[in-house]
Design a protein around this ligand. Structure first.
Ligand code: IMP
Length: 430
């Protein structure tokens, strides 16, 4: 099983970090392939919480080489802070490898992200304001600076000059802002950040292919999720990269034929942060309860997440888009004690019924959910270690999902700790 992809199937925060950490036990490399520090995942090991943003989840294992791939956008200040925090807690990060082809988030990207959002007013996307979108935009405009540019002062200065020549005009003429001086930025990036990051920077594509040739296992870890994908998500309420499985190949430099397993992480319900359509969104006391019990607040931004019932129309689409071989369902314990559960099986609009995601955005913005109601369970399942001990209603919930989406629900999360994941034998074939 050389390459496994872990991908979120909803709008993020499905618990990818924890599942990646679990699956990482059998891996040699864990690679982040897109996004930046807009992501946030919390690992809980031996009661200790490790909130990570950029460093891949496998960092907590000594046998793993964590890799930040070429598809990631990196704010060097944040990466350095994260490395320092890990080291202050005695986690050795010296094995970390950072792709020289990954792009740098520059101070003006952060400023532009905030300014864009402010100018959009009520139409704002609700970005994390970390500079992610502007950094990817500069990459596409061929104005970006890459991590490898930190290692060559002349190239860094030359590229920064070109980038600022453009960006300062935008800042002044569009946003009425003062221009930025290249000297201040270069001093930080070249004199402060570059010497610290230099030992980590390398050709990660060569490194990963040598590992594959030696028969080693690689896990490709996505950030955000399928419906935040720039191409396949609820555009424009999406992030600026490709979290879907195809993005794992481009963002790591590994071709698709190496991939043998694609694990889709789905929460037992759905959450979303930021703006955008959400067909199964709840606004009642069940929403408050799920937010409380599931601690549904952003790891990074602290924002309360929007919550709703599980949406199988989305999940079926995620199976298709990512070639999922299986699903890991997280936070099933959060649904305990809700008497009647609902699962969305189709969308309805103007007398039409959609079992798969309608391509036109107006439908997804206005559609109503068609639900199947299922009885809940009132037992606390967080201490269960054998899937056979799950209450019948919980087992039915899982079987219903498998039946509807056509892939097995192999792993089930029943609590925040690494050990609170059940591995099921399911009736469905891999
Ligand atoms: P950006 O990625 O900061 O540009 O934000 C674009 C959209 O993606 C916003 O709706 C964010 O709330 C959302 N988003 C970005 N990263 C995450 C994440 O890790 N989890 C959940 N939502 C995210």
């Amino acid at each position: 099983m050389p390459v496994t992809i872990v991908v979120g199937t909803q709008w993020g925060d499905e618990g990818k970090g924890k599942l990646t950490d679990l699956l990482a036990a059998k891996m040699h490399f864990v690679v982040r392939y897109q996004g930046g520090h807009n992501a946030g995942h919390t690992l809980v090991v031996d009661g200790q919480r490790f909130p990570l943003q950029l460093v891949p989840s496998g960092i907590l294992y000594l046998h793993i080489t964590p890799v930040i791939g070429n598809g990631v956008v990196i704010d060097p200040k944040v990466l350095i802070e994260e490395i320092k925090t890990l080291e202050s807690r005695d986690i050795d990060s010296s094995a970390l490898k950072v792709s020289g082809n990954a792009h740098l988030i520059m101070p003006y990207h952060v400023e532009l992200d905030t300014l864009h959002e402010r100018h959009l007013g009520r139409s704002r996307l609700g970005t994390t304001k970390r500079g992610i979108g502007p950094a990817y935009a500069d990459r596409a405009m061929r104005l970006g600076l890459r991590v490898q540019d930190l290692l060559d002062r002349d190239i860094f200065h030359a590229k920064l000059k070109v980038a600022l020549n453009h960006t300062n005009k935008v800042l002044a003429k569009v946003f009425n802002r003062l221009p930025l001086t290249p000297e201040d930025i270069a001093e930080k990036y070249l004199d402060e950040y570059a010497p610290i990051l230099k030992p980590y920077i390398c050709d990660t594509v060569a490194l990963l292919h040598e590992a594959l040739e030696a028969g080693q296992n690689v896990l490709l870890e996505g950030a955000q999720a399928t419906f935040l994908d720039l191409d396949h998500g609820t555009y424009p309420f999406v992030t600026s990269s490709n979290p879907t499985a195809g993005g794992a190949c481009t963002g790591s430099g590994i071709g698709p034929l190496h991939v043998t397993r694609v694990v889709g992480i789905a929460k037992a319900y759905v959450t979303r942060v930021g703006s955008g359509p959400f067909v199964t969104e709840l606004f009642d006391e069940i929403a408050d309860r799920i937010v409380d019990v599931g601690v549904e607040y952003g790891t990074n931004t602290g924002r309360r997440r929007r919550v709703g019932w599980l949406d199988l129309v989305m999940l079926r689409q995620a199976v298709r888009l990512n070639s999922l071989t299986e699903i890991a369902l997280t936070k099933l314990d959060v649904l305990s004690d809700i008497q009647q559960l609902k699962v969305c099986v189709a969308y309805k609009m103007n007398g039409k019924r959609f079992e798969s995601i309608p391509y036109h955005q107006s439908v997804i913005h206005q559609a109503e959910a068609e639900y199947v109601e299922m009885p809940g369970w009132s037992t606390d399942i967080s201490g269960i270690t054998d899937p056979q001990q799950l209450p019948a209603a919980a087992a039915d919930y899982l079987a219903f999902i498998e039946d509807a989406v056509g892939v097995p629900v192999r792993l089930v999360g029943v609590g925040p700790a690494r050990e609170q994941v059940l591995e099921r034998q399911t009736c469905l074939q891999d």
